[in-house]
Design a protein around this ligand. Structure first.
Ligand code: BGC
Length: 458
């Protein structure tokens, strides 16, 4: 008779598959997700239904893309991930790219979650340091502010924060105009001056930056700490638009798709691990689609699946470690590192598992860990592809380029390929994915440059 251990051993692949199956979507499911998102997009764009829509479809005041005649020196700020960046961007007429210099500053958690005034003072402090370093403190430059959170815009330089996402919770900022808060912080210091011309979401910056090289770039996508997309929509379709109508008959819409699912629209697809992530997040019940996709949660999802598999004796001989049981220890970059390994070479995976106190892991365990990473990251790529396909199909063009940025897309070894294949299956359009280096910072400068050109300032 087979021993208990032998029985568990024989059933292992079946049980592992049972746990991972909810992460695997077939074409019908992906088409279904596309349909659900399309409905939400329509709901968000219409005046009457917008208040109840989860996907807010925020109209930006960006209506023109660069035409190549912009030029000058601009400052950009980029706030939205774990680092804050200040950039000096030099744009030359007709160039396909810009020249830039930049510095990155870590944002300590106490600044992310403390009083809002302190956050903006920190931003102004970093700006002063940067301007000092590049010797431009005396020069008043036009500035583009990439602020990567959902904002209700009332003009190109006026944006009130709707809600924080991605681990930020600085007090007293929600409902306020972030451009005013920035201007006030700069004034409080009084040692330099700038002209804040535009505030843009990172998706918009990314789209604009890629638009320099490809004029069909009409979609921007971020798959990094958070996830979101924007696209150029016909003004006639944007009932919620409160600005002037008339030419150009278009406006960039920041979808804020991370919030998709907040009304339960994705409940049948969420796994117990997704629910647990949400349960322990600082924005419970919010950003449901984002929590299934983005880098802030991907590693943690893998950790939770591995814990369950350990409990069921499917990996690590049923023995966990303090590290594996601690939230946030399985970093998202491990997912990319593990999947990057050539099949058969388990070295890097073993190293990661050792660093997590799992010295007893076997080669078979390494294979299982890789399978879990693959299931979680593939689901993310599939969800993002369904989202992009919903936009592409709505736009109805024959060809479109998508400017993409974000650590998950950039560093994961198969993300782009998976997206290309999936979008190809879900649309009839020629879709080109373009990696945007430094897109959000560059893009803010470009939006600023276009605004200056239109105002006759450059
Ligand atoms: C924010 C978006 C942003 C995205 C990517 C989300 O959490 O709500 O505004 O574009 O992250 O950074």
């Amino acid at each position: 008779m087979a021993s208990k251990e032998e029985k568990v051993g024989n059933l292992k692949p079946v049980q592992i598959d049972l746990i991972l199956r909810p992460f695997r979507y077939d074409n019908d499911t992906l088409n279904d997700i596309m349909g659900r998102l399309h409905k939400e997009m329509e709901k968000g764009l219409k005046k009457e239904t917008n208040p109840d829509a989860t996907v807010k479809m925020l109209a930006t005041y960006v209506r023109a893309v660069p035409d190549g005649t912009e030029s000058g020196d601009f400052l950009s700020l980029d706030l939205g991930g774990s680092n804050f960046r200040v950039l000096h961007v030099h744009i030359e007429k007709g160039a396909k790219d810009v020249r830039l210099q930049s510095d990155s500053y870590a944002i300590p958690e106490n600044i992310m979650t403390g009083p809002g005034e302190q956050l903006f003072d920190y931003i102004a402090d970093c700006m002063a340091k940067f301007l000092e370093k590049i010797g431009m403190k005396e020069r008043k430059m036009a500035l583009g502010f990439t602020f990567s959170f959902p904002c209700k815009q009332r003009g190109l330089d006026c944006a009130s924060l709707i809600k924080w996402t991605k681990g930020f919770s600085a007090a007293g900022v929600e409902g306020e105009d972030v451009v005013r808060l920035l201007r006030d912080a700069i004034k409080r210091r009084g040692d330099f001056d700038t002209d804040v011309v535009a505030v843009v979401n990172d998706t918009v910056g990314t789209m604009m930056a890629c638009g320099l090289a490809d004029h069909d770039c009409l979609i921007g996508l971020i798959v990094g700490t958070g996830s979101n997309a924007c696209y150029m929509e016909k003004l006639d379709n944007v009932e919620i638009w409160e600005g002037e109508r008339g030419e150009p008959n278009q406006v960039v819409v920041n979808m804020e798709w991370g919030a998709f699912g907040e009304d339960g629209a994705l409940d049948d697809l969420r796994t117990p691990y997704d629910r647990e992530i949400d349960e322990h997040s600082i924005n419970k019940g919010q950003q449901i689609y984002e929590k299934m996709i983005s880098g802030m949660y991907m590693g943690e999802l893998v950790r939770l699946v591995l814990l369950e598999m350990t409990k069921q004796m499917l990996v690590f001989g049923g023995r966990t470690s303090t590290e594996l049981e601690t939230r946030g220890t399985f970093q998202t970059k491990y997912v990319s590192e593990i999947e990057e390994e050539p099949i058969g070479d388990m070295g890097p995976t073993m190293k990661i598992l050792h660093s997590l106190g799992l010295k007893h892991a076997t080669e078979t365990d390494c294979g299982t860990v890789r399978e879990v990473c693959r299931a979680v990251s593939t689901r993310a790529a599939h969800l993002v592809s369904a989202g992009i396909s919903a936009i592409v199909n709505k736009m109805g063009r024959e060809r479109v380029a998508v400017g993409v940025d974000g650590s998950v897309y950039k560093y994961h070894p198969h993300f782009k390929e998976l997206m290309t294949q999936t979008i190809d299956k879900l649309t009839h359009c020629d879709v080109k994915l373009m990696l945007s280096e430094d897109g959000s910072g560059k893009g803010a400068a470009l939006v600023t440059a276009v605004a200056c050109r239109l105002a006759g300032k450059s």
